[in-house]
Design a protein around this ligand. Structure first.
Ligand SMILES: [Zn+2]
Ligand SMILES: [Zn+2]
Length: 167
């Protein structure tokens, strides 16, 4: 997969995400997208046009994960941790609400939410088991879920991965 900072200011967060995902996957770090960001009245970045921009990059060999430090909103939600194309190629992750004074906790949150968004790109939907695909509305729910897929999601993922080839 290719991890891309959304803006140059997001380079550190993208590097950290790439490092934590690199423990499990083959990860490349790309250059900043520097898109024209679309903000709402609460200074949040609207995720959908950003995700579209990510999708329009002609990098079809990889799953793409855009990382931003901006707070994200999508589909009228008060905020989202990320957004992904279900069964597609691209996903977005915001570190804004995952930040934590405890570095290891922050890294674990990054890992969980990056895995979650990546799972969506492989067609996984939200899961109610003890699973990284469990929907988290708040950060304490991110902390509460495991950094792995339940057996059912893991077997779907294996099936999707063999269909999709390499990450
Ligand atoms: Zn989700
Ligand atoms: Zn699951």
């Amino acid at each position: 997969m290719l991890v891309l900072p959304v803006c140059s200011a997001d380079a550190g967060a993208a590097e950290q995400t790439a490092a934590v995902m690199g423990r499990r996957f083959s990860v490349h770090l790309g250059r900043a997208l520097n898109p024209r960001l679309c903000f709402n009245s609460r200074s949040q970045v609207v995720a959908e046009p950003l995700l579209e921009e990510l999708c329009s990059l002609g990098l079809s060999r990889f799953k793409l994960l855009g990382v931003t430090g901006h707070d994200l909103t999508a589909d009228g939600s008060s905020y989202v941790f990320g957004l992904a194309e279900l069964g597609g190629r691209a996903a977005l992750l915001s570190t804004f609400r995952l930040r934590c004074a405890e570095h290891e906790r922050f890294m674990l949150r990054l890992l969980k939410e990056a895995l979650h968004e990546l799972g969506h790109t492989f067609g996984l939907k939200h899961c109610t088991q003890s699973c990284v695909m469990r929907f988290s509305a708040e950060v304490h729910e991110v902390d509460a879920k495991p950094a792995c897929f339940c057996s059912s999601c893991a077997s779907s993922l294996t099936r999707f991965q063999s269909l999709a080839g390499r990450i």
